[in-house]
Design a protein around this ligand. Structure first.
Ligand code: GLA
Length: 381
């Protein structure tokens, strides 16, 4: 917070009118279920994007990205995308104006603590931070869910990534010490308390895969294709969300093998999320942790979005007494594994997974011990 204000004062010569914080998120359960209109269980984390900004009396935007030492400048309405980080603020301005919201120009400084490309939604945090900043500076009447949808639209249609709505919803709706049960069809959010004494440990493989975006889009198409075929036998289904594990048993033989595996993952994971929420409410971390492990195995074997590095980290976590469960988080292919760990043994856990990973791949993972945090908001101004 102080850092972004100081940088703003140095760059623009006066204090910012507003300072906004928007967190990254970690997804505990429900992998690739959001774009299938299903259930997810993310939590916003205590790593956030920060924007300090003041309005301008002309339709122009200046953004200094403090961490990169770069500046971007663009007019309103925004021209087409240019590639790179500036497409996030540009995309947000684009989607707000597309939906008829009048925007003021601004000068801003952006900084972020969310590691980029790790599966902690660094891009959603930046989008939500800018959308919130405009909401304040332009006095826009937009509720949290609409704001998340506007940010998702920016990413889908301006940046060109077909992500679901989970990341932006988690960033706006986060609640300290809670996970969020999110219904990605109705967009209902239910905060679920995380039991005391459990730590969220995120382990970054350090691997970034260029393939991730194209494979992600391919998985989406495969799911859509599976729905198209299954709807011949289950009339009325609109998405895999509508298929129960029991229904699936009866019709799965109609699907070619790859589509059968993709659909099986989504159908079983939706059921896992709902079961795990009941477990969490009952304080049953063992059951919650077991669901995370089953989710990883399903993402590995049926959805095929894991990697040797992610598998190694997950296995190292599973084998540690005091770790309730672990799974790859985010889109997969690279990025992070998330584990729920008894807070008393986080130190030894970290040493164990780091050693095991280093033995296999010659370098340790980066480990973040996170707390579930509140969603986006104005911190000053
Ligand atoms: C990425 C996307 C999300 C979601 C996850 C997979 O993080 O941005 O919308 O689909 O992958 O669960």
């Amino acid at each position: 917070m102080e850092q972004v204000v100081r940088a703003f004062v140095e760059r623009f010569g006066h204090r910012p009118a507003v300072v906004v914080r928007a967190p990254g998120r970690v997804n505990l359960l429900g992998g690739h279920t959001d774009y299938n209109e299903g259930y997810v269980l993310p939590a916003a984390v205590d790593r956030a994007a920060w924007v300090a900004a003041s309005p301008l009396d002309r339709p122009e935007v200046y953004v200094m990205a403090l961490d990169l030492g770069e500046e971007a400048r663009f007019p309103l309405p925004v021209p087409p995308p240019v590639g790179g980080w500036a497409d996030y603020p540009r995309g947000v301005a684009w989607s707000l104006m597309e939906e008829g919201f009048p925007l003021v120009g601004m000068e801003a400084v952006l900084t972020s603590e969310v590691p980029v490309g790790a599966g902690l939604s660094s891009s959603a945090a930046v989008e939500v931070a800018f959308a919130w900043t405009w909401r304040v500076l332009s006095g826009l009447d937009i509720d949290r869910t609409r704001l998340a949808l506007l940010c998702q639209r920016a990413e889908n249609e301006y940046v060109g990534v077909r992500c679901g709505v989970m990341d932006q919803m988690a960033s706006v709706w986060g609640r300290a010490d809670h996970a969020l049960l999110l219904d990605c069809r109705t967009l209902e959010v239910e905060p679920v308390p995380l039991p005391e004494g459990v730590a969220i440990v995120v382990m970054d493989t350090g691997v970034r895969r260029e393939l991730a975006a194209s494979e992600y889009n391919r998985r989406r198409q495969e799911c859509e294709e599976a729905v198209r075929i299954l709807s011949r036998y289950l009339p009325g289904i609109r998405a895999l969300r509508d298929v129960s594990p029991e229904d699936f048993e009866g019709v799965q033989h109609h699907l070619p093998e790859v589509l059968r595996k993709r659909a099986r993952h989504v159908v079983t994971d939706n059921a896992r999320v709902l079961g795990a929420v009941e477990a969490l409410k009952a304080g049953d971390l063992e059951r919650m942790g077991w669901a995370m492990r089953r989710c990883h195995e399903s993402l590995r074997d049926d959805y095929e979005v894991s990697s040797p590095e992610l598998d190694r980290l997950a296995e190292a976590a599973w084998s540690f007494e005091g770790c309730y469960g672990a799974r790859l988080t985010g889109a997969g292919f690279g990025g992070c594994v998330v584990a729920l760990v008894d807070a008393d043994v986080v130190g030894p856990f970290q040493a164990h997974v780091s050693r095991t990973y280093e033995q296999a791949f010659g370098r340790p993972p980066t480990v973040y011990v996170c707390r579930a945090a509140d969603g986006a908001g104005t911190v000053e101004g």
